[in-house]
Ligand binder design. Structure first.
Ligand code: KG4
Ligand code: ZN
Length: 342
């Protein structure tokens, strides 16, 4: 069986629209990154919802025009149902449900993090189950044992700030614009990691903690000269501390469960230093490492179309219009089990 699925991502400040075909792969995708939040130094939920309202339908139309398809060529619709900003999620869910109802096709609410951790499946070099996923985004830092679609076992996670959140907060301390991660990474390239910063919880276990690191950076900034080179050195030292921590924990988890495939997913997965360091370590340890392309590490519609397509093909669909601002990943089930439950 094959299916052509429209993916809609509206969980935060990116509108992502994509068309995925289970036989021929990704047909096309577009991402619109909202800029209306920059003046506020963080995402303003109401502005995010409004921007999604303006963008979702025109972006679907553009995608169809570009691919010379019509609305009737869509066979299923996948939308992000959570976790995320409730209002923003509702925009995508409402468009998806309305369209699916009008076209008489199935629709499915996708878990945003399931989208992220399956994103490498959109690449030519893709993992097969089982694998370990290091999910590093703005809201989450988790090590997940992935045995099958919907079978996710969280082995470790951040006890406080997520890695992306730490990047964003540290970037703010350094006077960089929002979202700070990519700006901080660019500044770090100009510096050397010469400052000693803490690597909390490094010695034991699989959990993470990044809030102490951010505090240490704030103290370091307070006592350092305010020149560009010092700022770049602080950025490089911060990035090094995060990358070291992520690598040590990921390797510890890999060795604990005895897997040989590691997936790096989520926005921080776009970080070049992290990718290069992980690749080098993978070679040394004999792990195969898989990354989505950088534009599929951050939020996008393609990962939602892909994840939704897998579940739609397995016969699953969502009948209500509920979205979930909070939705623990390990509440998900494989599709077959959900089917049996009906
Ligand atoms: O996955 P994502 O797009 O959204 C969430 O689901 O949270 O991740 C966004 C996070 C932000 O914190 C952003 O600063 C960070 O990913 N990020 C990066 C880079 N690109 C995005 N952090 C470090 N280096 C990057 N190159
Ligand atoms: Zn995300």
């Amino acid at each position: 069986m094959k299916m052509r699925v429209l993916g809609i991502e509206t969980s935060c400040d990116e509108t992502g629209i994509a068309l995925y075909d289970s036989k021929n792969g990704l047909i096309a995708h577009h991402i619109f990154s909202q800029e209306s939040h920059q003046a506020y130094g963080g995402v303003v939920p109401e502005l995010a919802s409004r921007d999604h309202v303006h963008k979702v339908i025109p972006m679907i139309q553009t995608l169809l025009d570009e691919t010379q398809l019509t609305i009737n060529d869509i066979e299923g619709i996948a939308y992000t149902a959570g976790p995320g900003l409730a209002g923003a999620l509702l925009v995508g869910a409402t468009v998806a449900k309305g369209l699916a109802f009008a076209l008489n096709i199935p629709s499915i609410g996708v878990h945003h993090l399931e989208g992220h951790l399956l994103a490498p499946m959109l690449e030519e070099e893709r993992p097969c189950f089982p694998f370990l996923a290091l999910l590093v985004s703005g809201g989450h830092t988790q090590l997940i044992k992935v045995t099958a679609l919907g079978e996710y076992d969280i082995l470790g996670e951040s006890l406080d700030d997520a890695a992306g959140e730490a990047f964003d907060k540290t970037a703010k301390l350094l006077g960089l614009p929002y979202p700070g991660g990519p700006h901080l990474a660019a500044l770090a390239k100009q510096g050397t990691p010469c400052f000693k910063l803490p690597r909390p919880l490094l010695a034991h276990g699989l959990d993470f903690s990044f809030s102490g690191l951010k505090t240490a950076v704030s103290q370091l900034i307070a006592k350092s000269p305010n020149d560009e080179q010092t700022k770049a050195n602080i950025a490089a030292s911060f990035e090094q501390a995060v990358v070291d921590t992520l690598i040590v924990k990921a390797v510890r988890a890999m060795e604990q469960i005895g897997f040989d495939q590691l997936v790096i997913a989520g926005g921080v997965g776009a970080n070049l230093h992290l990718r290069q360091s992980m690749t080098a370590l993978g070679k040394e340890k004999g792990f195969q490492i898989f990354y989505p392309r950088p534009s599929f590490c951050t939020d996008n519609g393609a990962m939602i179309a892909y994840a939704g397509c897998q579940r739609l093909l397995a016969g699953e669909q969502t009948h209500d219009l509920q979205v979930r601002a909070r939705w623990p990943l390990d509440e998900l089930c494989p599709p077959a089990r959900i089917l049996n439950a009906y």
